[in-house]
Write a protein that binds this ligand. Structure first.
Ligand code: TEU
Ligand code: CA
Length: 558
């Protein structure tokens, strides 16, 4: 069995994890200092968000040099040292690969925009203006405004799905593809174990570059950015050139993939990717079809959440492998977003963890999730993120489809910055993250919510995660057991069965702040894990009632 099938992967956002030299920015040496902590948690691999040379317009997702560590984070030697120190502890390293676009400061792009006839000219996607000088089509960027930017020197526009400082690479050009594959082999030679691939489903563009029919709708972006005509061909080629021969793990980010698309990307027989990150289950608190897109929030729809996750479980059963996540650097903190961070922070953090880690797939934990970190309650001026700022400009100021107040309400729930506040290690100044001025405001709750406090607490989110990870390592039923969703229409309870041979586990959680009653099926058995302290591991119980955000896994008798 592949190592990652019973592994748990931990995502680090280096800028906010641990600062070793007091400049206020997290760095590679800081990560190294915390390896024993991560080992104690029990994770098998680390995924590092980008640490390459970058002007940091999008926090490193705008890369100037794929082979050089940004001095903010340290040196290439620091990275080599971190990889070696991780490997010594049996922890693998997954790097972020941002190959849909580079920074506009990349030497590739600087050359490309200089003329139409040099080696790099066709490394990016250049098109002539319309006869009236307008952009080649009406595609919108994910970060607001047109997806095209004019360069007078070339008298042409270049395409950027994200910021104008993030020009999209031209994957039609074989030289581009080879340059990327080369870079991947370079890092393999430095003992990197795999890749998380940023928006990999966007790399192939429909070469007709047709206008999108509904230019005023946000989905113009989703409409043009995914699953282009040569996507599978390119990914398969990358598999043959690098992933297969160099045996590197691959997890592709695929914003608009359905579970049907997913099978085409991760069915092993197709030789493309090992897993993908779906976005579908993250849309359960969004008003469907609203012009304000993800900023049009609504309370979590639990039925939609569990049915979506169940659909993916079923679709990939024997045809691929799920990447399981609720949090990452683009997502908010689950207790604040979907749970209750006021009265049931521990309970809701662990309830959502239970239903996620009970599924088939590889669970991902985002830094701070393992101690139940929450969203900060920021004011508009506190936010940093380019996505938030550009969308505020577009939706509040230009389009005027959402009020500033409602945008802020949404930001406090779902903005990417919620996950990017510095890691809370202890209750010393700046939570032990830095001895200097932190690059980004901390969540003011760090004196209460931090690693040191959580590890001491009677109700410890960290210890709960430790146990979940231990179960993943030791219980085959979690890796290979069949999955069956129960109570599919219950608006609060998320309950499912895992079955392996004679073994049957019931995974259950009450995702509400009110007590719920369980009926319909046997619920007596032995506790495998539970988040209310009066239920102990190994105890035989009969569960009929689930208290607020109560969760448990119960092994049913044979
Ligand atoms: O994110 C892709 C992506 O689709 C997000 O921008 C998404 O639209 C947003 O988070 C709202 O859900 C990846 C990276 O994870 C993100 O940090 C980068 O900003 C983006 O690509 C561009 O590289
Ligand atoms: Ca630093």
């Amino acid at each position: 069995m592949a190592w990652w099938k019973n592994a748990v992967i931990y995502q680090i956002y280096p800028k906010s994890f641990m600062d070793s030299n007091g400049d206020g920015i997290g760095d590679l040496k800081g990560i190294e200092q915390k390896l024993d902590y991560l080992k104690q948690l029990g994770v098998d691999a680390l995924w590092l968000s980008p640490i390459y040379l970058s002007p940091q317009v999008d926090n490193g997702y705008d890369i100037t040099n794929y082979r050089q560590v940004d001095p903010h984070f340290g040196t290439n030697a620091d990275l080599a040292q971190l990889i070696a120190a991780s490997h010594q502890r049996g922890i693998k390293i997954i790097m972020d690969m941002v190959a849909n676009h580079t920074s506009d400061q990349s030497p590739w792009f600087l050359e490309s925009k200089r003329s139409r006839d040099n080696y790099f000219s066709d490394f990016y996607i250049w098109r002539d203006p319309k006869p009236n000088g307008d952009p080649p089509n009406n595609w919108g960027s994910n970060f607001g405004g047109s997806a095209w930017e004019y360069v007078p020197k070339r008298k042409q526009y270049y395409l950027h799905y994200y910021a104008k400082e993030q020009p999209d690479l031209n994957w039609e050009n074989p030289l581009v593809r080879q340059a990327i594959y080369d870079m991947m082999r370079y890092w393999k030679a430095h003992h990197v174990d795999g890749w998380r691939m940023d928006v990999i489903t966007s790399i192939s563009k429909d070469q007709r570059f047709l206008d999108y029919p509904n230019p005023h709708h946000l989905s113009v972006v989703m409409g043009n950015q995914n699953n282009g005509p040569r996507m599978h061909e390119f990914i398969h080629e990358m598999h043959n050139e690098v992933l297969g021969p160099f045996s590197m793990l691959s997890i592709g980010e695929s914003p608009a993939a359905t579970s049907t698309d997913a099978r085409l990307l991760v069915d092993p027989s197709r030789e493309e990717l090992d897993m993908i990150f779906t976005f579908e289950h993250m849309h359960v608190d969004r008003q469907p079809g609203n012009i304000n897109g993800r900023w049009a929030i609504q309370p979590i729809n639990v039925v939609q959440l569990k049915q979506t996750l169940a659909k993916w479980q079923d679709a990939l059963r024997d045809h691929g492998w799920n990447a399981l996540y609720f949090e990452n650097h683009d997502r908010a903190r689950t207790p604040s977003r979907w749970g209750n961070d006021l009265h049931y922070r521990y309970e809701s953090a662990t309830a959502f963890a239970t239903v996620l880690h009970g599924l088939q797939g590889t669970p991902f934990i985002y830094q701070g999730e393992e101690i139940g970190m929450t969203n900060p309650h920021f004011s508009l001026a506190d936010y940093e993120d380019i996505e938030l700022k550009t969308n505020y400009e577009k939706l509040v100021n230009q389009q005027k489809t959402i009020s500033s107040d409602n945008f802020l309400k949404a930001a406090r729930k779902i903005s990417r910055d919620n996950a990017r506040t510095p890691m809370q290690w202890n209750d010393s100044p700046n939570a032990g993250f830095t001895s200097g001025q932190p690059w980004f405001k901390l969540n003011p709750n760090y004196p209460q919510v931090n690693v040191a406090a959580d590890q001491q607490a009677a109700k410890s989110v960290f210890r709960y995660y430790q146990r979940l990870i231990h179960l993943r390592h030791t219980q085959d039923i979690l890796t290979t057991g069949q999955f069956e969703l129960l109570l599919p229409d219950d608006p609060h309870l998320f309950v499912y069965r895992r079955v392996l041979d004679h073994m049957q586990w019931l995974v259950m959680a009450n995702l509400s702040a009110e007590q719920q009653t369980l009926t319909d099926f046997p619920t007596s058995g032995e506790i495998v894990i539970a988040n209310y302290p009066d239920l102990q591991v190994g105890q035989n119980v009969q569960v009929n009632v689930l208290r607020p955000y109560e969760a448990a896994i119960i092994a049913l008798p044979d």
